[in-house]
Ligand binder design. Structure first.
Ligand code: BUP
Length: 459
């Protein structure tokens, strides 16, 4: 009988990239596989508490290089304050190559040596290391198939490179588009050429190309039309394994713990009388909104006359005084977003369209009011609104720093919670949510794909 594979998982050190891979580790461990997660010392305690119940998931620490210009002891992007620091951080992670290879060398002497490495695409150099050790590497991008395919195509063919205007439509070779994409929909890493950061991304995309495969936090019912495009852009028979949403494999466990019932926001939500009557507002862990924009958002929510729960990441901002009379809550702490989205009172999600938030919202059958801000979020928004029709676009979203006005926010929230368009996209989100939950169950597309992958790695 073939032995069970031993999988090495190497996440990038940021919340949005690490959490999905921890959920995947749990899913693999439940299938009886041994998993070793590689991380750096100051990231290990939060990881270890998340996986504590799993005896066949192990942690291996490797030292993070000390860089003077970074905040003292910084080993996670959540501790960074500027794009310059992000660039230094990215560069510092390249120095992890030596200790990573040392770890692979040590592990190759084990009775159960590594069978496969799953590593973040920002750690693109891991691909070369894996080739040296003859271990197949699966790349993880922390985004959906559609966004990955667009980014891959443009980084290979560079079709956007000579476009002058933001409104010009982009020809994305090898990707089927049923809507127009313009230069303004592209991630900054592609729009702004030749900055240090964009060079880093291009380099990461290139080193990614020879990977044995790509592991995707998505499910084929959502993105099937783009899977073949992504695979052929990678070339060399690279397969895209759609085995998500990763977090859904562990949802039963989560639901049994639930958030602290005494927090103000859990009580407040539990007291809502009507189903699907509240808009949940959150822009993830990275996006920054100016105080002025937060004021407009707050007034817009009040003006809508709808109930709202709005997560605010800014320490300094407080809602203007007269806002206190509004029908909602501003929360300045980390909420359990999956629990909030699963609450029967939630009827829509005003979101920045980070991929984790997208998957969580759809899995909970909640339609999205899209307010994309950075990275691949504009691509996600276009895909959700124009192709899947599970969301509405917040109008007049601009990239030039213009504030989105309160009237616009208010009208969009009203439409999402009470309008015909809101109803239409909610019905579609409910259908997709059911497919997502089905995908990770025995016989579902993601579940079967995960088992096929395990099977291949076992031989
Ligand atoms: Br804020 C917040 N609670 O209060 P995305 C976020 N989250 O659970 P991002 C909470 O963080 P990247 C909070 O559920 C999701 O899993 C949320 O990931 C969770 O956006 C995650 O949506 C946010 O991908 O990450 O933070 O911008 O840029 O890496 O995509």
């Amino acid at each position: 009988m073939a032995s069970k594979p031993h999988i090495i998982i190497f996440p990038f050190m940021s919340q949005g990239h690490t959490m999905p891979l921890l959920d995947l580790s749990k899913a693999l461990s439940r299938q009886g596989l041994k998993v070793t997660i590689i991380t750096t010392p100051s990231n290990s305690s939060s990881i270890s508490s998340y996986i504590s119940r799993y005896s066949n998931i192990h942690l291996k620490e490797i030292p993070f290089p000390q860089v003077q210009e970074l905040p003292k002891g910084c080993e996670n992007t959540s501790q960074l304050h500027s794009l310059d620091q992000l660039f230094l951080f990215f560069n510092a992670t390249k120095q992890l190559q030596e200790p990573f290879e040392e770890t692979l060398r040590d592990m190759s002497k084990l009775q159960d040596p590594p069978t496969c490495v799953i590593s973040d695409s920002f750690l693109g150099w891991t691909n070369a290391s894996c080739c040296n050790f003859g271990i197949p590497r699966l790349a993880f991008h922390g985004m959906g198939v559609f966004a990955m395919a667009v980014k891959k195509s443009l980084s290979i063919h560079q079709n956007h490179r000579w476009m002058k205007s933001d409104t010009e439509s982009v020809d994305v070779k090898g990707v089927q588009l049923c809507f127009e994409l313009t230069k303004s929909d592209l991630p900054n890493s592609l729009r702004q050429m030749d900055t240090f950061l964009s060079q880093f991304y291009v380099e990461a995309e290139k080193s990614d190309l020879g990977s044995w495969g790509v592991i995707v936090n998505s499910f084929s019912e959502l993105e099937i039309d783009h899977v073949a495009s992504l695979e052929s852009l990678y070339g060399n028979d690279t397969r895209a394994w759609c085995v998500g949403p990763f977090f859904l494999y562990n949802q039963m466990e989560k639901a049994s713990i639930g958030p602290n019932p005494y927090r103000e926001w859990t009580n407040w939500l539990n007291q809502r009388e009507h189903e699907k009557s509240v808009i949940y507002v959150s822009f993830g862990s990275q996006a920054y909104l100016s105080d002025n924009q937060l004021n407009e958002l707050a007034y817009g929510l009040v003006l809508s006359g709808k109930d709202y729960i709005c997560v605010v990441k800014s320490n300094n901002w407080n809602p203007p005084r007269d806002i206190k009379k509004g029908r909602g809550l501003f929360v300045k702490e980390w909420v359990d977003q999956k629990w909030v989205l699963a609450h029967k009172a939630i009827g829509g999600f005003l979101s920045h369209c980070g991929w984790n938030s997208v998957l969580e919202s759809l899995s909970m059958e909640v339609p999205i009011l899209a307010w994309p801000m950075q990275n691949e979020q504009h691509l996600n928004a276009k895909f959700l609104v124009e192709e899947m029709k599970v969301g509405l676009q917040l109008p007049t979203v601009t990239r030039d720093g213009n504030t989105v006005r309160r009237e616009v926010i208010s009208e969009a929230v009203k439409e999402m919670l009470g309008g015909e368009n809101g109803k239409r996209v909610r019905d579609n989100a409910i259908k997709i949510g059911k497919l997502a939950k089905r995908a990770v169950q025995v016989g579902g597309s993601s579940y079967e794909c995960l088992n096929e992958l395990i099977d291949q790695l076992s031989h």
